[in-house]
Ligand binder design. Sequence first.
Ligand SMILES: C=C(O[C@@H]1C=C(C(=O)O)C=C[C@H]1O)C(=O)O
Length: 127
Amino acid sequence: MVAAPFSPTSAPGKAATLPGSTLIPTEDEARAALEAHRQSIDNIDAALIHMLAERFRQTQAVGELKARARMPAADPQREARQIARLRELAHAARLDPDFAEKFLAFIIREVIRHHDSIAGRTPGASA
Ligand SMILES: C=C(O[C@@H]1C=C(C(=O)O)C=C[C@H]1O)C(=O)O
């Protein structure tokens, strides 16, 4: 059986399965397992922050370049290619592709807001 893609937005109340074991853990076992998961989650969150900081450093430089070259903040064709690529990567990684697309759109919206601000434009105003 193939597991369904992990969806961080799946509805609450859905049947939960314990990966690896169907045995009910003792309270101590549950606490130890929870702590181990949380240590890993904290490491992943730290990596995400470092990766986002690095991405925004690059997009800041792109924004400055675009402002000097009088280029528009947004590049919808580039975004369409990124969405297609990330959806494929998400599918292969068994992450919900809709979530991956929404996450990328959220980041790009913020980047474009920065680019508009660097160029002295009001977000939403035509270039
Ligand atoms: C960073 C750029 O500017 C914008 C932001 C993008 C992004 O954050 O990935 C992608 C395309 C553009 O809409 C770019 O053109 O590469």
